[in-house]
Each structure stands twice: as C-alpha cells, then as structure tokens.
Design a protein around this ligand. Structure first.
Ligand SMILES: *Cc1c(COP(=O)(O)O)cnc(C)c1O
Length: 380
C-alpha cells in the first residue's frame, strides 16, 4: 500500500493537511529524479555541506579492541551532523515548490539549528517551535538559531518539550499550508516524510558503499544509533542488498524501567505517533510514555516506520546501549583517535566495543552521525 512499509507507516493526519501532504508527495516524486534539482542538490552537498564525507579507518581503536573499525565521518559536515543532509534537501524542495516559509520543531535544538541554517542559505522565512523547558536546557542552540535569523516560538503547553513543540508546529502548518513547508527532522511523521527524509539521507550509505568498493571489500557489519532513525536508514540504504549484518542501536538510558530509556523497538509496542503507525514506548494504558537518554537526539518515544518494518523482517537487528556505556565510548574515541563524537553516535561505538563476541576479528562500519562539541562542555 502507498506510504506503507509492511504494516507500518501511513498518513494519519487531520483532513486539512491531506492536500499539503499529497502536493508534497507529488512534487517530491517529480523533483527527486529531476536533473536540474539533483544537480542543484549535488552542488550544495559538495560546496556547502562539504560532501563526500570520508570513511576513516580507526587504527588505534581497532588495535586495542581486535576489530577492524571504520567510521563514516558525518561529524565533518557543516553544522556538525547528518541533519543538514535532510534540511538542505527539504529547503531546496520548498524553493522549487515556490513556498517562502519553513517551520520546524526541535527538542535539543540540533534540527532547529540545521533548519535555521538552510533558511539563511536560501533566504526563507523561518519559525522554529521549541518547548520552553527544552529551550532553557539548550541555551547555546537557542542563541545560534536567533543569530541565524530564525524566529523562535517557545511552547508553554503540556510538558513544554518536544512533543508539545511538534503539536504547535502541526497547528501552524494547518493554518499556513499555502505558503509554508514543515521540515520534519527524521524518518518519522506521515507519508511522504519517512520516505523523503530517507532519500535525502541515503547519500551516507551510497558514499560509504563506494568507499568500501574502492578498498575492494565490504564491511561485515554496519552499526548506527537510532533516535527517529534517519542517520541509520541513511547508511543502511547503501548495504541492504549486500551480505552485511545491520545493527540499529537504541538509547538504553538508565534501566529498562518506564521513563528511564527510549527503546521504541526494544520495549515499545505498535501504535500511532505523529501521523504514522510505528513502534513507540507506551504506558500500560496506551499513552505515549516519558523517555530518557543522555543523548538529546535519541530522546524520542518513537522510531521511523521503516525501522519497524526492518525489525519485523529481521533484516536489521535492534539492540540497546546504556547511558554510561555511551559516555565511556565517547571518552574512548576522543582519547584513542582524537575524534570527539556526539554522545548519540557514541551509542553505536559503545555497542561495537562492548560486544567482542559479535565483532572480534571482523570489519565493522560505524556511522559517526555527529560531532561532540555540543557534549564536551557538559558534565558527562
Ligand atoms: C539528531 C541526531 C541523532 C538522532 O536522529 P536520527 O534521526 O535517529 O539519526 C543522531 N546523531 C546525531 C549526531 C544527531 O544530531
């Protein structure tokens, strides 16, 4: 069925949004294969983001752990993570659709910054919705969004965090859909967002596959952290048809207790979240549960519907890493390789370092989804 990955996905939204989603689907399907659009995207990828990002062989880490460890360096992208691959693609799409304004929701502020950046780049009017509690916790990102010229709308409803910001952004979109595009930050939300965001992030896997083919071999396993799941889908797309094991690592947080983790697949059940059917962490009576992760980017109760599908078919193995192990891996990569990873990406690194039984003597590609400058000042 259109917009579904097996039993997951779909478009469960207020009727007023259906025409906008259908328009988006139409335009995206035309533009993604349009030579002018793709050349434009390619040019910005190269000259603005700094692509292609290299695959780096981490020799000192590999030596210590007895595993050949390769890192896909998305941390080297402009603004410091993979998020810009998606925001630049969607902002360009906005421009081609003739819309003048973009909106976004943000939790930790990373997606807000990536959106404010491309708004400045393309001269688009930009409003970012952020929970008041989150804004107080993420002052540097708030300042950066303002510096980039975005309007920041603080949301004082509910828990004043990401899900309230998402609801506020949805309300704005319903009202202003004629001239406004809503840039969702991961492979989540109603169709066509999961498919579209995956398309813009698939550059990660395409480049990584080419790097390995140049070296003359493939990795035995590919490992990525999973919040909504965009960096993971992006790298997996390059290896789904290859004989490589794929691992998606969820935030195990402090414990398996409700409220202590963000394991949508590990501890969740299927339900509807933000316009699609997917796995999400729920309370006993079916409400969206509180979640926790030391990594703000993984602190999300759901996961993209394509991941739910890849879990159901068994093609990708989903597992967890606890906060403390992610923080150890964060320090280990800094000291052993001189690379400070995002604490999100550190979950993927920790999984490889902590599971020698799975990875010893093998070649493993880890997606280093972002850099850790934002994390290095925190007391972690
Ligand atoms: C936002 C973020 C993530 C989580 O988002 P996904 O959509 O799961 O990729 C992971 N790593 C970094 C560095 C991030 O900024």
């Amino acid at each position: 069925m259109k917009g579904f990955f097996g039993d997951f996905g779909g478009m469960f939204v207020p009727e007023t949004l259906v025409p906008a989603l259908e328009q988006l689907e139409r335009e995206f399907n035309i533009l993604k294969d349009d030579p002018v659009f793709t050349a434009d995207l390619q040019r910005y990828s190269t000259t603005y983001i700094g692509r292609p990002s290299p695959v780096y062989y981490a020799s000192r880490l590999s030596e210590k752990y007895g595993t050949e460890i390769y890192l896909k360096r998305e941390d080297l992208n402009h603004t410091g993570s993979h998020k810009i691959n998606n925001t630049i693609g969607q902002a360009l799409l906005t421009r081609y659709m003739g819309k003048k304004r973009i909106i976004a929701e943000t939790g930790a502020g990373q997606h807000g910054v990536a959106t404010a950046t491309v708004a400045a780049l393309f001269g688009l009017d930009c409003t970012v919705y952020m929970g008041a509690v989150d804004a107080a916790r993420q002052k540097p990102n708030v300042d950066r969004m303002k510096l980039l010229g975005a309007k920041l709308e603080l949301v004082h409803d509910g828990s004043k965090t990401l899900k309230d910001a998402t609801n506020a952004a949805m309300r704005d979109w319903v009202k202003n859909v004629e001239d406004t595009h809503y840039i969702i930050g991961s492979v989540i939300g109603p169709h066509p967002f999961p498919e579209m965001v995956a398309h813009f992030q698939s550059v990660i896997g395409r480049e990584a596959r080419a790097s390995f083919e140049e070296m003359g071999f493939l990795p035995d396993a590919v490992v990525a952290c999973v919040g909504g799941g965009s960096n993971a889908i992006g790298i997996f797309k390059g290896f789904l048809d290859a004989p490589c094991e794929l691992y998606g690592i969820e935030a195990g947080g402090l414990s398996d207790n409700e409220g202590d983790h963000a394991m949508a697949i590990g501890k969740g059940r299927a339900g509807i979240l933000h316009g699609c059917i997917t796995y999400l962490v729920q309370t006993a009576d079916g409400q969206v549960a509180d979640v926790h992760s030391v990594a703000a980017g993984l602190d999300y109760p759901g996961i993209g519907p394509e991941h739910s599908y890849l879990h159901s078919t068994g093609r990708v193995i989903y597992d967890k890493v606890r906060d403390e192990d992610a923080v150890s891996a964060f320090r280990e990569l800094a000291r052993r390789e001189g690379i400070v990873p995002a604490v999100e990406s550190s979950h993927a690194i920790a999984y490889v370092l902590k599971n020698p039984d799975k990875f010893n003597g093998r070649r493993v590609l880890i997606n280093l989804s972002g850099r850790g400058d934002k994390d290095s000042e925190r007391d972690i």
